[in-house]
Design a protein around this ligand. Structure first.
Ligand code: ZN
Length: 220
């Protein structure tokens, strides 16, 4: 059976949050480019040099790409239950995936925060591959958001997608809005989200140990 056939045989209900494609008319886009140029010029940029004349347009394109999570991800609407039948004795074993790199924009300053996500879950009937988890993290990271909400959305959608016994999400990120403005000494911010079986402190500890074991997280 090919993976496409499996997807066709087991269509999952598409989580409400997964698909919201954006449409920006060309005339609006041109207007926005003008606004950005005006702002950049007022801030001091010389817009008539070869290196900068297309900067407002490139800036908007980059911003559009960085917020592509608002477009949804249709590939998240299907799963592969066939690869996922679990034996009863392994029922409470947790699966921990990561590090999954992500880049997001803080909704307070529209500046990037970036870091790594670790996702743990205890499967019931379905598992989800690392590539889909990466898609899930990026679906919500590529928006204007805050780190706390990001962890909650990843956890809730994973519950929706695979109906596991529990979900754990650990996010470690650096916020450029703090670093660039000199508000704080450079440091990482950690947020976590727990669902279901992870109300158990031992499971949470096991998950955090697993996540921290990775070199990317260091000793945090
Ligand atoms: Zn900020």
């Amino acid at each position: 059976m090919t993976s496409q056939e499996i997807e066709n045989v087991f269509p999952l209900q598409r989580p409400a949050a997964v698909a919201m494609p954006r449409e920006i008319p060309a005339e609006d886009w041109a207007r926005y480019t003008g606004y950005v140029g005006e702002i950049f010029q007022a801030l001091g940029m010389e817009l008539d040099r070869p290196g900068t004349e297309r900067t407002p347009e490139r800036f908007l394109e980059a911003l559009y790409e960085a917020t592509s999570g608002y477009d949804g991800d249709p590939k998240l609407s299907t799963l592969f239950p066939a690869e996922a039948r679990r034996r009863p004795e392994s029922e409470l074993a947790q699966i921990v995936e990561g590090p999954i790199a992500f880049h997001a924009l803080c909704e307070h300053h529209a500046l990037p925060f970036h870091g790594f996500a670790y996702v743990g879950y205890i499967a019931r009937d379905s598992i989800i591959g690392i590539s889909k988890l990466t898609r899930l993290v990026r679906l919500y990271a590529r928006r204007f958001t805050v780190q706390e909400r990001l962890a909650e959305q990843i956890a809730d959608t994973l519950v929706e997608l695979v109906d596991p016994h529990g979900v754990a999400v650990y996010l470690s990120a650096e916020h450029l809005c703090s670093h660039m403005r000199g508000v704080e000494e450079p440091s990482s911010t950690v947020t976590t989200g727990w669902r279901g079986a992870y109300r158990d402190a031992d499971l949470r500890r096991e998950f955090l140990d697993e996540a921290r074991r990775s070199a990317k997280v260091g000793d945090r």
